[in-house]
Design a protein around this ligand. Structure first.
Ligand code: UDP
Length: 235
């Protein structure tokens, strides 16, 4: 295996599938199966899942809800997704632990770094819910921070697009994909990979990011085996 320990970031939006809101159970099941394939290869897996399919702090402001309040609502949305994913993983026989950035003790453990690492060593899949636990951050930042804390070798950002393009491929048909790109080039070309807080954290800590299409069968497995899939962002 190319990687022994990975952090997989899944966006909340990807869980919607064709729906406009919420969770598509078929997608959830599909993701669980993909994760199981990688687990069966002996890879240690931590997961951060977003909440954009349910609620985002910035959208709260538009409806007159205080931004900070909205961000906490967003964090709770990520927990709903995390619980759904946990359930899907357990249904196919995997051992999991959900750790939350906000204390919510009757539902899951609080995030404790050493404990998270221990869970991984014991073969449990660790899901980080409720983001970092602070407003004004995103789940991309959570992915970057937690990956550094648990000494993950890479952040695998699973999206609906199969990598980083010169322009948004959903809007510009002439956009071309990068196989590999440096952190500096991403800044220079003003490309959208992650929010800047998350991106800078990865760069400063020399943590590679791979952006890839999570909906493509076997992509996750191919990645951990070292195949060139998606776009690698590195120094
Ligand atoms: N959020 C936050 N702090 C965090 C992580 C998330 O305040 O550490 C809030 C923020 O409002 C964000 C929402 O939770 O918009 C959902 O997360 P995100 O937008 O990152 O989800 P994704 O885009 O991956 O679905």
């Amino acid at each position: 295996m190319k990687y022994k320990r990975i952090l997989l970031k899944l966006s909340g939006e990807s869980l919607m599938g064709e729906k406009k809101y919420g969770i598509d159970s078929a997608i959830l099941q599909q993701y669980a199966e993909e994760i199981k394939k990688v687990k069966d290869l002996g890879v240690e897996i931590a997961i951060v899942i977003g909440g954009g399919n349910i609620f985002r702090g910035v959208q709260a402001e538009k409806s007159g809800i205080d931004r900070v309040q909205g961000d906490y609502m967003g964090m709770l949305a990520t927990l709903i997704n995390a619980m759904a994913l946990q359930s899907a993983l357990e249904q196919i026989g995997l051992y999991t632990r959900l750790m939350s950035g906000i204390k919510i003790e009757s539902v899951c453990e609080p995030f404790i770094r050493r404990r998270a690492i221990r869970h991984l060593e014991k073969g449990r899949i660790v899901i980080f819910g409720a983001g970092i636990g602070n407003p004004y951050f995103t789940t991309d930042s959570t992915a970057a921070l937690r990956a550094i804390e648990i000494e993950s070798e890479v952040v695998l950002k699973g999206t609906r697009v199969d990598g980083v393009y010169t322009a948004d491929p959903e809007k510009d048909a002439s956009a071309t994909k990068f196989q590999k790109i440096s952190f500096t080039e991403v800044y220079e070309k003003n490309l959208n990979v992650m929010d800047m807080t998350a991106f800078t954290l990865c760069q400063e800590n020399n943590l590679p990011i791979i952006v890839f299409d999570m909906n493509q069968n076997e992509n996750l497995t191919k990645l951990v085996k070292g195949e060139q899939i998606g776009t690698l962002i590195t120094v």
